[in-house]
Design a protein around this ligand. Structure first.
Ligand SMILES: *Cc1c(COP(=O)(O)O)cnc(C)c1O
Length: 360
C-alpha cells in the first residue's frame, strides 16, 4: 500500500491544500486517496489494527500537517482533540485558559477541576501581561484567538513567549482562523487544535478533530492516547474532511469577502449595539439592541440564514449564543454569532436587514 505523498515545501498554502496527501504519481494510482474500510490489516506492517492507523486518516493528516507546519493526529471530533491535549497535563498541573472559549472546552476544564485532576486559571487573552503572569508554574497555556464567540484577539507570539518563559506548553485552538489565516506553530506554539468539523471540512456533514505539533515526542503521545482512548475518526469522515480541505482556500476567501462586506453594511445599524469582527475569517458577532428577546426575534425572522449552532460550512447560519446554558455570562444576552457562508452577499445582506426590521 502506498503512503500518501509528502507535501512539497516550496509551494504556497493553496497549492499544499490541493496537492498534499495524494497517492504517488504512478500509472493507475488514483488521484485521490481512496476510502479505506478496514478493521484489521495483514500482520507485519506498520498499521496492524484499525484503531492504530488508517490510510484515509493518514492522507488527511499529511495535508493538514503540511498546512500547519507539523505532524497532525486526527481524532473523532474537535472535542476529542481537546481531550487528548488536556490529558497531556500532569495530575495537579495548572492550565491557563481564556474565560471566553468554546463551551465544550470550558466544560472539559471544569470537569477536570471538579474531579481534582487539574487546576485552571481563567484569563482575558487580550491582556498579554496578565496571561504571562498567570503562566507562572503552569503546565499548559491554552487559548483561542479569535475567541468564541466574543471574537477577541490575543497577541499570539507574545502569549507564546510569556508561557514558554515559565516552561508551560502552549496549545492554540485554530478552528476559527484555519492555517490559512494563522499558523501558530510558526509563532512558537507547541500544539494546534482543530475542530475539523468547521472550516476544514466545510460542508456541515462531518464531525472530526485533529491536533498538530512539530514535537515528535508530543505527536507520539497523542497517537498513543488515540489508540488507547479509542477516539478515532471513521475512515469516511477522514475522506470527507480531506475532500473539504481541498477547497478550503476558495471557500474561506469567498466567505471572508462576504463577511467583510456584511460588516460594512451593518456598521452603525440603529438596531445593533455592536458589530464585532476580528478583521479576518468569516465569523461575525452582532449584539442586537433588543437584548435576548430582540435577538431571538431577529434569528426567528431570518429566512435564508439557518438557525443552527456550529460554523464554518458553505451555508450561512446564525444563533444567539446565550441560548446555551453553558455559555459564559460575560457574553451579552443579545449576541448573535453569524457564520458567513459563500452565498451571494446581496442576498445575505437583504435577509439580515429584513430580519432586523421584523425584530424591531
Ligand atoms: C466546534 C469547536 C470545537 C469542538 O469541536 P467538535 O468537532 O464539535 O467536537 C472546539 N473548538 C472550537 C473553537 C469549536 O468551534
Amino acid at each position: 500500500m502506498t503512503q500518501p505523498r509528502a507535501a512539497a515545501t516550496d509551494v504556497r498554502a493553496e497549492t499544499v491544500a490541493v496537492t498534499a496527501g495524494r497517492p504517488a504519481h504512478e500509472p493507475d494510482e488514483p488521484l485521490n486517496t481512496p476510502l479505506h474500510l478496514a478493521s484489521t490489516y495483514v500482520a507485519g506492517g506498520a498499521l496492524e489494527y484499525g484503531r492504530y492507523g488508517n490510510p484515509s486518516w493518514a492522507a488527511f493528516e499529511e495535508a493538514l500537517g503540511a498546512l500547519e507546519g507539523g505532524r497532525a493526529t486526527s481524532f473523532a471530533s474537535g472535542i476529542a482533540a481537546v481531550d487528548a491535549v488536556l490529558e497531556l497535563v500532569p495530575t495537579g498541573g495548572l492550565v491557563v485558559a481564556p474565560r471566553h472559549s468554546y463551551t465544550g472546552t470550558v466544560l472539559q476544564l471544569d470537569a477536570r477541576v471538579e474531579s481534582g485532576r487539574i487546576r485552571v486559571a481563567y484569563v482575558d487573552v487580550t491582556d498579554t501581561a496578565a496571561v504571562a503572569a498567570a503562566c507562572e508554574g503552569a503546565a499548559l497555556l491554552w487559548f483561542e484567538s479569535p475567541t468564541n464567540p466574543a471574537l477577541e484577539l490575543g497577541d499570539v507570539p507574545a502569549l507564546v513567549a510569556g508561557a514558554h518563559a515559565h516552561g508551560a506548553l502552549v496549545a492554540i485552538d485554530n478552528t476559527f482562523a484555519t492555517p490559512l489565516r494563522q499558523r501558530p506553530i510558526a509563532d512558537g506554539a507547541d500544539l494546534v487544535v482543530h475542530s475539523a468539523t468547521k472550516y476544514l471540512s466545510g460542508h456541515s456533514d462531518v464531525i472530526m478533530g485533529a491536533v498538530v505539533t512539530n514535537d515528535d515526542a508530543l505527536a507520539q503521545r497523542l497517537v498513543d492516547r488515540r489508540s488507547l482512548g479509542g477516539a478515532i475518526p471513521s475512515a469516511f469522515e477522514a475522506f470527507l474532511a480531506l475532500r473539504g480541505l481541498r477547497t478550503l482556500h476558495v471557500r474561506l476567501d469567498r466567505a471572508e469577502r462576504n463577511a467583510r462586506d456584511l460588516v460594512e453594511r451593518l456598521a452603525g445599524h440603529p438596531d445593533l449595539q455592536e458589530v464585532r469582527y476580528p478583521g479576518f475569517g468569516a465569523v461575525i458577532s452582532l449584539v442586537v439592541a433588543g437584548g435576548a428577546e430582540g435577538a431571538d426575534r431577529f434569528v426567528a425572522a431570518a429566512r435564508l440564514w439557518v438557525h443552527a449552532t456550529s460554523l464554518g460550512g458553505v451555508e450561512s447560519t446564525l444563533e444567539r449564543r446565550r441560548r446555551w446554558a453553558a455559555e459564559a455570562d460575560t457574553i451579552p444576552a443579545g449576541l448573535v454569532r453569524l457564520s458567513v457562508g459563500i452565498e451571494h452577499v446581496d442576498d445575505l445582506a437583504a435577509d439580515l436587514l429584513q430580519a432586523l426590521d421584523a425584530a424591531r
